[in-house]
Design a protein around this ligand. Sequence first.
Ligand SMILES: Nc1nc2c(ncn2[C@@H]2O[C@H](COP(=O)(O)OP(=O)(O)OP(=O)(O)O)[C@@H](O)[C@H]2O)c(=O)[nH]1
Ligand SMILES: [Mg+2]
Length: 330
Amino acid sequence: MFVDRARVWVKSGDGGNGIVAFHREKFIPRGGPSGGDGGHGGSVVFVVDENLRTLMDFRYRRHFRAEPGAQGQGENMRGRDGSDLEVRVPPGTVVVLESTGETLADLIHPGQRGVIAPGGRGGRGNARFATSTNRAPRRATPGERTEEFAVYLELKLLADAGLVGLPNAGKSTLLAQVSAARPKTGDYPFTTVTPNLGVATWEGGSFVLADIPGLIEGAHAGKGLGHDFLRHIERTRVIIYVVDAAGVDGTDPVEALITLRSELAAYAGTLMEKGQLVAANKVDLLLENQGLDGLRALCASLGLELFPVSAVTGAGATGLMRRVGELLQA
Ligand SMILES: Nc1nc2c(ncn2[C@@H]2O[C@H](COP(=O)(O)OP(=O)(O)OP(=O)(O)O)[C@@H](O)[C@H]2O)c(=O)[nH]1
Ligand SMILES: [Mg+2]
């Protein structure tokens, strides 16, 4: 199963206490203060691991605690620092502090690190407090105590282009046609329940294409399945609207495109600033591309390029992918 959200608890290590101690040695009756500082607590650090694709592991392990710092010792010995706890996350993980909604880290690149819970500072030993007037201080400070807190992890797929369409428009079939991905397809709505990714190639290179669950009217307000996944296309640079040009389910393709655009705009207006293309799918069911006039007129008025394609036969798919590739390179 694909898990793209998780809630976990993190706690960094407490700092070790500083201590009060005095130097002891035979024949030296009154040694100076020698209490060492406490070590710093370990931090909880999230690290991007490019081999991970999901947040699945977080279903089984939800508490992450780093090691505390050790307390100081006599003879001016500093306590050992607690080691950091490294938590591996897939690229595209956003870490949000539950209590405030503040984004703590936006982890994108392999190897990128985000200190989510900084370790507590070690306390100071009494050796630190010696002055010319107080040569035998009996004061030391405790290490900093840290609190456990909850964070949300959200995975934003890092796809270059996203396929957006009503249920049954043929998004998954198209993804399968142009990439090695083998998403489930079917002649019933909501076949796709979690996003699929594939790598599409064209003469100029390749890019990552995402197929997300079908959107329905009201999706921006949480209707259907698509809403949860709209955030995945926030990061794509190109949006491909897939509409069923043959109207197999009885939906008018013009209506379909209008609905898709208004749902996206209502979800996040910034989506409209991305490169956008329209794939008029299932043209194999049309006689010589008849019936595309309405869609053509709408696209012309919106300034969108239209590509008649058939996800089943592959007709037109190469040209569409080439155009997407060009837009991504621009
Ligand atoms: N004739 C024809 N049928 C198609 C074409 N593309 C998809 N289909 C059919 O349309 C149905 C839906 O295809 P899917 O790829 O599952 O559609 P989807 O948009 O991913 O649907 P959801 O995941 O439910 O949102 C399937 O029965 C496909 O075989 C096409 O180009 N021509
Ligand atoms: Mg699908």
